[in-house]
Design a protein around this ligand. Sequence first.
Ligand SMILES: Nc1ncnc2c1ncn2[C@@H]1O[C@H](COP(=O)(O)OP(=O)(O)OP(=O)(O)O)[C@@H](O)[C@H]1O
Ligand SMILES: [Mg+2]
Length: 255
Amino acid sequence: MSTRDLGVSYGDFLAVNGVNLNFIRHEITALIGPSGCGKSTVLRCLNRMNDLVPGARVHGTVEYHGIDVYDSSVDVIELRRRVGMVFQKPNPFPKSIYENVAYGPKVTGMKPESMDDVVEKALRSAALWDEVKDKLKQNATGLSGGQQQRLCIARAIATGPDVILMDEPCSALDPIATAKIEDLMVELSEKFTIIIVTHNMQQAARVSHRTAFFTAEADEKGNRLGKLVEFDGTEQLFSNPADPRTEAYISGRFG
Ligand SMILES: Nc1ncnc2c1ncn2[C@@H]1O[C@H](COP(=O)(O)OP(=O)(O)OP(=O)(O)O)[C@@H](O)[C@H]1O
Ligand SMILES: [Mg+2]
């Protein structure tokens, strides 16, 4: 998956522009940078979630397996089945644990031989099966925050994606639940390409293979325009950043 000269406007406001990223299969890519620099905006372009935001307009291209995802022939439901998403706040549906995982396969018209197997496999992949296997009929809202977030990961996995987008998936979790999700991400990267937005630089350094640093700079009219400053291997970016703005941010002098 990749972006070329990607930009997004909300109405007249150009929020982010000129983003060129190439996501490597089965790697974790972290998007970092100060608040408002356009990380979530860029992430949402990758499975066309911005289509749902009134006034949002996307420029440039996003390619997925060589296909322009903004081409009019693209089936958006199918795209989101293949490029799944996990949000900041765990957002399970107020349904049973089982129904949460089976939901995606059902609404996208998948006809698996056994839905039970699909549900079990997704919950196992999300490292949640052992904790919930005896209460699949219980309401998902009764789970802890960390369990709910792993359920949301299972829900994303159940539709058979190859890319998983995560927007600050641990920001509502305690350190133990966070560590579990981080371990899970590393495990999942064997099978999936993962793109994660995080404010936690230690987290980016711990789990990601590559890191993209964004910032927002005011133009002459005072509009804050988000841009990609630097994109490199995580070790390289954190130990020897090429741009002084990256260096200022990761050393805590800015943002
Ligand atoms: N729905 C929207 N309508 C109008 N402007 C928006 C909308 N969503 C985001 N923006 C603006 O676009 C810019 C980028 O926002 P975005 O949410 O992508 O930043 P971010 O890097 O994810 O920030 P944070 O770290 O706080 O989540 C900001 O100036 C924001 O105010
Ligand atoms: Mg955001």
